[in-house]
Design a protein around this ligand. Sequence first.
Ligand SMILES: CC(C)(COP(=O)(O)OP(=O)(O)OC[C@H]1O[C@@H](n2cnc3c(N)ncnc32)[C@H](O)[C@@H]1OP(=O)(O)O)[C@@H](O)C(=O)NCCC(=O)NCCS
Length: 182
Amino acid sequence: MIKSCDRLLHQEFELRPLERSDAEGMFAIMSDKEAMKYWSTEPQTSMSQTLETMKKYIEDDSQVSTSSWAIQLPKQDRRFVGWITFFGFKKGICELGYALNREFWGQKIMTKALTLATNDAFERYKIHRMEAQLHPDNVASKNVLLKLGFAVEGYQRLNFYRSGRFEDTLLMAKLRLPHDSL
Ligand SMILES: CC(C)(COP(=O)(O)OP(=O)(O)OC[C@H]1O[C@@H](n2cnc3c(N)ncnc32)[C@H](O)[C@@H]1OP(=O)(O)O)[C@@H](O)C(=O)NCCC(=O)NCCS
């Protein structure tokens, strides 16, 4: 089931619902070995793989409940540069995933985009807990989440399989309100 999202404006970028026409921009990221270094799947090698991935993000018959946003830059001809997706919805809880085209790393774009998107999602989807699972070596991603107020909750040992081996994941989460006030 696709959950609705909206258009959210920031002076440097715009968030809007992800759409099929974003496939090319998405493939540029999903086929980038460096960007996919800590991703849950191998770098993609064909556009058809990206289109399959997109189905999960945007098609209504998907088994997964998701809400997916595109990040685009108004000052660069509305160029698609990345995405944010909320998925794994359970009552009051969801997970978060995101990626940005490498050309734009290190400009705080994802920190700002996620601030906007997560604040909106907490309200829109009545979430009290948002989770992210990441590769323990993904320092950039961890830093972004720490700045957003996510806390490290621990390592999930050998719960993730990729490239022929099991690895740990780092579990981080943010609560909408302080724990004591719930
Ligand atoms: C993770 C990602 C989205 C970050 O996007 P970004 O716009 O470059 O992030 P920001 O510029 O907002 O912030 C990155 C932070 O990490 C820091 N950082 C980046 N690379 C780092 C590294 N190798 N070591 C230590 N810190 C690093 C930056 O300095 C910055 O922190 P600061 O604001 O305290 O200086 C981007 O690197 C990406 O798309 N990676 C590939 C996909 C991915 O791993 N997604 C997350 C899956 S959980």
